[in-house]
Design a binder for this molecule. Structure first.
Ligand code: FES
Length: 244
């Protein structure tokens, strides 16, 4: 197939017993999506660069020595892929348990309740809590921003907020700091949001898969699906940007 200056070959592979043909360079996750197979993902977002860090999207490729992260693995001719084999399911359960090992289990009162990808996948794979006991973070909740509530105890370090800030609006207000257990996403200088250069664009909130970054209702309480979205104008800098 001729596409601009590149000649793109088609690649045929089999996913969960179904044959699919996609252009070379397509990832396994995208190829699966084309035939309606939903592979779980936490760090992947089609609008952002690839990070491949959460590993929840792992799949079994026949002949490969290890499981492959499907969001960063390109398809290969004749590949045979299993997206829900016993080994894949067991691995995903372990990954979810590892995430829950340092994640509050306050889902009943969490602002993200009903709209949380982590909870959705725990439900899908029957993970109720973690069998891994260890130290937990107890970060203060950052309530300083008028629009965003920031609870880093719920951050799973998928890095989507960091990439959204850099790649969608070209800023670097947030990034990873520290190493090992103390690694976290923080503003420059680890300041509260309100003292940082954040312009409250909301892109980080929109991509966050857990309750780490949530929108603050202007009055009272209200979860995402209980609120009406209206067109409005940001009151902060006077440029007059409109938002939905
Ligand atoms: Fe593939 Fe996170 S979605 S590694």
């Amino acid at each position: 197939e001729w596409k601009g200056v590149l000649c793109v070959d088609a690649v045929k592979l089999t996913i969960d017993g179904r044959e699919v043909e996609v252009p070379a360079g397509t990832t396994i996750l995208e190829a699966a999506e084309q035939i309606g197979i939903d592979i779980p993902r936490l760090c992947f977002d089609p609008e952002l660069s690839l990070q491949g860090s959460c590993r929840l999207c792992v799949v079994e490729v026949e002949g490969a020595p290890l499981l492959s992260a499907s969001c960063v693995t390109p398809v290969g001719r004749g590949m045979v892929v299993h997206t829900e084999s016993p080994l894949v399911v067991e691995t995903r359960r372990t990954i979810l348990e590892l995430l829950l090992a340092n994640h509050p289990l306050d889902c009943l009162t969490c602002e993200k309740n009903g709209d949380c990808r982590l909870a959705e996948y725990c439900y899908r794979y029957g993970v109720k809590d973690s069998s891994f006991a260890g130290e937990r973070h107890h970060y203060p909740i950052d309530d300083s921003n008028p629009f965003v509530l920031r609870d880093m105890n719920k951050c799973i370090q998928c890095g989507k907020c960091v990439r959204a800030c850099a790649e969608i609006i070209g800023k670097d207000n947030i990034d990873y700091i520290n190493r090992g257990f103390d690694r976290k996403v923080a503003t420059y200088g680890d300041k509260p949001y309100v003292d940082s250069v954040c312009t409250f664009c909301g892109n980080c909130v929109a991509v966050c898969p857990t309750g780490a970054l949530t929108e603050k209702p202007m009055q009272g309480k209200g979860r995402r699906w209980e609120l009406d979205r209206v067109r409005t104008t940001c009151p902060f800098c006077g440029v007059g940007c409109n938002f939905d």
